[in-house]
Design a protein around this ligand. Structure first.
Ligand SMILES: C[S@@+](CC[C@H](N)C(=O)[O-])C[C@H]1O[C@@H](n2cnc3c(N)ncnc32)[C@H](O)[C@@H]1O
Length: 553
C-alpha cells in the first residue's frame, strides 16, 4: 500500500505545479454527487485525455478512500503546490491543521439545531472535523470563492460521506445576506466558523460597497483600516442576527467561531468592532490561546493563528422591555431626526424684523426661525441668541400662513402675496407640492435640538433653548422620550456630541470636497450610540446611571 507521501509525490508529478492540471484531475475524479454538492457551481472545463490522467485519478481516489490520510490537509498541500506563496498570501489562503479545527469546535460546541456556515471553507477542514467527530448539527454550508478550493471541499464532503445537507457554496461570503440564503433554500446560519482570510484593507476588492452595505443593513461602520477579518466578522454577526430574528421563539444562541492571528487582538479597529458588537447586539466574546502558534499546514508566519474567539450572542430575558430585545442602540432610539422646513424661496418666506415692520405683516403670521448661514459656537442656542440675530438684521421670521384664499387675509398680507405671485413663486417645485403655494406645512413644535449635517470635523448637536423652527440647512431632532428634565437633556446632548467624535473615526457620512462632510438624516438616525446614553434618554424611570463624562471617556 502506498503511503501518503508516495501518493502525494505521484499526484504532484502529474499535476506538475499547474493549477489547470490540478483542476483537470479534480474534475476527472468528480462524481455527479460531488458536483451536486456545489451550489452556484462554476462551469469547470471538461478534462482532456492527458497522458497519466487515469493513473492520477486512481491515485486520488485511493487517497480519498483512505481513513489514515487527512483529506483536507492533502488537498491543501496539493493546492499549495500549484499556487505561489505570494498569491496565497494576497488571497488569504492558509489552511488550518485538523487538530486545531477539532480543538476549536470543542470550545464552541455546535448544537443539534445549528445551521453551520464555514466562511471561507478552503478544503473543508471544519466539515471534516464535524463529520468525523460525529458532532450532530442540522446542516453545513462551506462558502468558498476559489473554484479549485470549492471543488476540493466538495470532494472532501463526498469522500467522508457527509450528510446530504452538507454543501459547498461557490460565492463571495461578504456579499451574502439572509435573503441570499433563503434564495438557495437555506435558513440563515446560527453558527459561523471561520479561519477568515487575512487580507489588508487596501487589497480588499469591492471594499467600499461592502462597507456601505454593512453600515446600512447592520448599523456598524467598519474602520477604513479594517482588513478582511473585520468584514468577515461583521457579516457573520449580521447573518447570525438574521437567524435569531427569523426564529424568535426558539431563543437561539448564535455563535461565531473565529480563528485569528495575534495581531487581531492588538489592532484598535478590531477592538472597536468587538466593542460595537457587544454594545449594539450583545455579542460576548471569549478568547482562547491556540495551543501551538504554528498551526497551519505550512510553517509560514502568515499562517500563524494564535487566537480563537468564540462570540456568543446574549439571550435577552423575556422580562427585558421590547425596545431592548434588539439590543440596537441608535440615534433614532433617542432622537427623531427631521429635515427642516423647505420654503422654495427663502428670500420671500423669511423676513427680517425691519421687513415685517415695513410691510405691516402681523406677528401672528410669523414664526421664529433659525436664520441660515450663521455659526453657533456653543452647544445651545438661547432666545437671547435669536434676539441678537434678529436685531442684527438677519431673516429670523418665517411667514406661516394658513391654507385659505388670498383675499381672506388683511391687505398688507394680500399685497405681499401678490408680489410673490408676480415673482412666480406659486410655480416653484416646492410650491407645486403644496395645496396652496404660500401655506408652508409647519411642524406643531420646534425641534429640541439642531444637528449640523453638513460639517467639517464632526457633526454637532445644539440644544434649541430658543424653541425656534429650522430650515433645510440644518437638521432637527426631537427627543423620543417627552418627559426629560432639562439636566438630562443637557447630558444627552453632551453625550451625543462626544459620540459624534467616534462616528467620525469610523468615517460616517460622505465626504464632499475640502473635508466637507454630510450625513443624511436616515444615516444619522441609524448611527450607533452608547447603551448608557440610551438608558439616560429612555425615560425618567431610569436613574441617570452614567454621567456623560463616564460614557465615552
Ligand atoms: C485562511 S483560509 C482558511 C481556509 C479553511 N477554512 C481552513 O481553515 O483551512 C481562508 C479561505 O477563505 C477563502 N476566501 C477568501 N475570501 C473569500 C470570500 N470573500 N468569500 C469566500 N471565501 C473567501 C480563501 O480562498 C480561503 O480558502
Amino acid at each position: 500500500m502506498k503511503d501518503a507521501a508516495e501518493l502525494f509525490r505521484r499526484i504532484s508529478h502529474f499535476i506538475d505545479a499547474s493549477a489547470s492540471g490540478f483542476l483537470q484531475l479534480l474534475v476527472a475524479a468528480a462524481k455527479p454527487s460531488t458536483l451536486n454538492r456545489i451550489l452556484n457551481c462554476p462551469t469547470y472545463p471538461a478534462p482532456a485525455g492527458t497522458r497519466g490522467l487515469t493513473v492520477a485519478v486512481e491515485d486520488l481516489r485511493d487517497v480519498m478512500r483512505r481513513p489514515d490520510i487527512h483529506l483536507p490537509t492533502f488537498f491543501a498541500w496539493l493546492y499549495a503546490s500549484v499556487t505561489s506563496l505570494q498569491d496565497r498570501k494576497q488571497a488569504g489562503q492558509f489552511f488550518t491543521a485538523h487538530e486545531i479545527a477539532e480543538w476549536s469546535l470543542k470550545r464552541a460546541k455546535p448544537k443539534q439545531y445549528d445551521i453551520i456556515c464555514d466562511a471561507g471553507a478552503g478544503t473543508a477542514v471544519f466539515a471534516d472535523a464535524i463529520v468525523r467527530g460525529r458532532i450532530g448539527v442540522q446542516s453545513y454550508v462551506g462558502i468558498e470563492n476559489d473554484p479549485i478550493l470549492a471543488l476540493c471541499a466538495a470532494h472532501v464532503l463526498d469522500s467522508i460521506n457527509a450528510p446530504k445537507e452538507f454543501r459547498i457554496w461557490y460565492t463571495n461570503f461578504l456579499t451574502l445576506d439572509a435573503t441570499a440564503f433563503r434564495r438557495q433554500g437555506m435558513m440563515p446560519p446560527t453558527f459561523i466558523v471561520a479561519n477568515p482570510p487575512f487580507v489588508r484593507s487596501h487589497r480588499l476588492s469591492g471594499r467600499d460597497q461592502i462597507r456601505t452595505a454593512l453600515k446600512s443593513s447592520f448599523g456598524i461602520m467598519l474602520s477604513s483600516l479594517s482588513g478582511s477579518i473585520g468584514y468577515f466578522l461583521t457579516r457573520a454577526a449580521e447573518l447570525a442576527e438574521s437567524a435569531r430574528s427569523a426564529e424568535p421563539r426558539k431563543k437561539l444562541k448564535p455563535r461565531l467561531l473565529f480563528l485569528l492571528p495575534r495581531e487581531a487582538r492588538g489592532a484598535a479597529h478590531v477592538q472597536r468592532l468587538r466593542n460595537d458588537l457587544q454594545i449594539m447586539y450583545g455579542w460576548d466574546c471569549r478568547e482562547y490561546q491556540i495551543p501551538n502558534s504554528q498551526t497551519g499546514i505550512e510553517r509560514h508566519s502568515s499562517n500563524a493563528l494564535a487566537l480563537l474567539f468564540v462570540f456568543e450572542r446574549n439571550n435577552v430575558s423575556r422580562l427585558t422591555p421590547a425596545h431592548e430585545v434588539n439590543h440596537i442602540r441608535r440615534v433614532q432610539d433617542v432622537l427623531e431626526i427631521k429635515r427642516g422646513i423647505s420654503t422654495g424661496c427663502n428670500e420671500f418666506f423669511l423676513l427680517t424684523e425691519e421687513d415685517a415692520r415695513r410691510r405691516k405683516i402681523s406677528k401672528k403670521w410669523l414664526r421664529k426661525v433659525l436664520p441660515t448661514r450663521i455659526h453657533i459656537p456653543t452647544t445651545h442656542f438661547s432666545l437671547e441668541d435669536w434676539e441678537s440675530l434678529r436685531d442684527s438684521g438677519l431673516r429670523c421670521w418665517l411667514l406661516a400662513l394658513p391654507n385659505r384664499d388670498l383675499d381672506q387675509f388683511e391687505i398688507p398680507v394680500q399685497e405681499y402675496l401678490k408680489e410673490g405671485l408676480r415673482r412666480g413663486l406659486h410655480a416653484t417645485p416646492t410650491a407645486k407640492r403644496l395645496k396652496t403655494w404660500f401655506s408652508l406645512p409647519l411642524p406643531t413644535e420646534a425641534p429640541d435640538t439642531f444637528v449640523t449635517y453638513f460639517f467639517r470635523g464632526v457633526p454637532r448637536f445644539i440644544r434649541n433653548d430658543a424653541q425656534v423652527f429650522h430650515l433645510t440647512n440644518i437638521l432637527g431632532g426631537r427627543f423620543v422620550s417627552r418627559d426629560l428634565d432639562q439636566k438630562r437633556k443637557e447630558l444627552i446632548i453632551d453625550s451625543l456630541n462626544k459620540q459624534a467624535v467616534a462616528w467620525m473615526e469610523s468615517e460616517a457620512g460622505r465626504e464632499y470636497r475640502d473635508g466637507l462632510r454630510k450625513i443624511e438624516p436616515r444615516e444619522m438616525s441609524r448611527l450607533p450610540i452608547d447603551v448608557a446614553l440610551f438608558e439616560l434618554a429612555c425615560s425618567e424611570g431610569h436613574e441617570a446611571r452614567a454621567a456623560s463624562a463616564l460614557l465615552f471617556e
